[in-house]
Design a protein around this ligand. Sequence first.
Ligand SMILES: *Cc1c(COP(=O)(O)O)cnc(C)c1O
Length: 369
Amino acid sequence: MYRPTVAEIDLTAIRDNLRAIRACTPLKTQVIGVVKADAYGHGAVRVAAVLEQEHVQLLAVATPDEAIELRESGIAAEILVLGNSPADFVPYAVTNNVALTTANHATTVVYGAAAGTHTVRLHYKVDTGMGRAGILADNATEQILCSAAVPRVGIVGLYSHFACAESDPEFTALQAGRFAAVVRELRAGGLQPAMVHLANSAGMLTCPGVMLDGVRPGILLYGCPPVSAPTCPVRPVLSLRTELETVKELPSGHGIGYGRTFITDRPTRMALIPIGYADGYLRGLSNKAHVILRGCFAPVVGRVSMDVCALDVTDIPAAMPGDPVTLIGEQGGLSVTAHELADLIGTISYEVFTGISKRVPRVYIDRRP
Ligand SMILES: *Cc1c(COP(=O)(O)O)cnc(C)c1O
């Protein structure tokens, strides 16, 4: 690696966050490790391996290819694909301990037919108000009971997803109520899925009464709670770091970067850092973000370019090439969180994490391997 820009992933923090999550989860509730989108940019294979070591029994991904990546990398735990799977993935799924999501009877029939001599393990997704995938709660029971009779199909799970658990407790309770009604009707109809699960990270924190058989924390595992989480103390896992590349003096009245959106109003020491929007340091952060350098915050000045961006280090006179710079994470008692960066540009920490591109090497730290 000739470029000092890295995403440092603290696997010990994953272990501790999992422990914190388990401590605020009822004993009978399984923690499903959500590792979709390359574990929110943290590296799915490494994160899954740690979760498996910590006895997480079910991992959730979004796509069939994400399931294949884990399995082919030696991850043995059962994997649930949350998103859509085509029928021609079923033969792989049934021979590789991958469970699929179904959202209607017709798809279930197709999956059963594709299972060959095996049984395809399915989690039925119910739409209780998200308005995305899932069978509408109102007509779920009848169809799910039909699906349960399809040959070579095992309905092993039933789940739903909250639309706004971080912001709307009333609607969240309504969703939980609709889901509970479906579960009750299914039981009355003689179907008891092995695992009934509902809560994402925000749901676990704001609606702890509905943790059921399983919870599906993603962002909480990565230490960025979507709402304040006094009951579940987690810490960030990812730090984005680089080093000062060059430092130079610019006279007052000099522009910095594309579009000259920043004009110096004093003789200025400008420092370049080798990270840009192609690394996932988003262009919207231009003239807004700050980084940590020598125990101070240094502002990002001018547009973030594709490969570099500029800092004003006039007030940090000791700054020199090679100095460590933290863009996300802690350094010298100061911190910048993904959540803070997200807030600056009107997005969410999820997008900041998943936006960190493959050009940024992931470097792993594990104090308890
Ligand atoms: C992504 C996802 C989760 C995890 O959400 P967080 O907000 O990161 O906890 C849980 N359930 C489903 C269905 C998801 O798609």
